[in-house]
Ligand binder design. Structure first.
Ligand code: IPE
Ligand code: IPE
Ligand code: MG
Length: 248
């Protein structure tokens, strides 16, 4: 293993990396509760993991990284936890700006704006605009995101185009739908990582993960490291992706 790295696992070569990795960052609450702490302590520690993994993805030369930060279903949580999560998100958007700019990272958000505070929306817009011309890693945060809601929004957009006579029903293709989704312009994820051992998708990128490779770990997000990430990337290089065809 390479000794120049402070890590156990060597970095996979750039040309074998997936183009797009999506992560369902789960297990913050359980991580805290197992330590006799409040759930929010897990979110705080989880934010440090986000910093580590974003830097790692950028250093490795990954093209796209999508992180599921807050789902449209997460509004069901207690008010105190929601308040903490939104404050943490706002703080992240402000504090990460130098790291994002210094690492040439392009920042983007997917999800519905309704429900988010004007302050959070302002920080999202600031960071998206400031980093728009960056050419390194594209970091996509899924905030107030739900895949079914995304598909509904896309269908409404397409229906309006049909009503306006700009499009006929026969002209609707997979590409029309892909372009109407929030992820327009972003290649589909090749690898989907989920921490904390849950074997479900939880309304994340349903359309886009049609052929993504799954990688699930029992590790909770606050203790997910660069090494775990590298392990997932190495495992991905060994997958045989057939897309419905036959083995090469
Ligand atoms: C993931 O951790 C973070 C968010 C969903 C915001 P959880 O808060 O879901 O942690 P668990 O799953 O309850 O342990
Ligand atoms: C998925 O985790 C959402 C995020 C990671 C933001 P949840 O903890 O909300 O998922 P469920 O409720 O266990 O399916
Ligand atoms: Mg969870």
């Amino acid at each position: 293993m390479a000794s120049e790295y402070p890590y156990q696992i060597e970095a996979p070569p750039r040309e074998r990396l997936p183009r797009h990795v999506a992560i369902i960052m789960d297990g913050n609450g359980r991580w805290a509760q197992e330590r006799g702490q409040q759930r929010v302590e897990g979110h705080l520690q989880g934010a440090s993991t986000v910093r580590e993994i974003v830097e790692e993805a950028s250093e490795l030369g990954l093209g796209y990284l999508t992180l599921y930060a807050f789902s449209s279903e997460n509004w069901k949580r207690p008010a105190a936890e929601l308040e903490f999560l939104m404050a943490l998100l706002q703080q992240y958007l402000v504090e990460e700006r130098p790291t994002i700019m210094n690492n040439n990272i392009r920042f983007r958000v997917i999800g519905r704006r309704d429900g988010l505070s004007p302050e959070v929306l302002q920080e999202i817009d600031n960071l998206s605009q400031a980093s728009e011309k960056n050419t390194g890693l594209t970091l996509i945060l899924a905030i107030n995101y739900g895949s079914r809601g995304e598909i509904v929004d896309a269908m409404q957009r397409i229906a309006c185009q049909v009503r306006a006579g700009e499009l006929s029903p026969e002209q609707i293709t997979e590409s029309t739908i892909a372009h109407a989704l929030y992820t327009n312009g972003i290649p589909d994820p090749d690898l989907l990582i989920r921490t904390a051992n849950e074997m479900r998708v939880s309304n994340f990128l349903l359309w886009q993960i049609s052929y993504a490779e799954f990688w699930v770990t029992p590790i909770h997000w606050p203790e997910f490291t660069r090494d775990h990430f590298r392990q997932a990337l190495w495992d991905y290089t060994k997958r045989d992706r057939r897309f419905g065809g036959l083995k090469n």
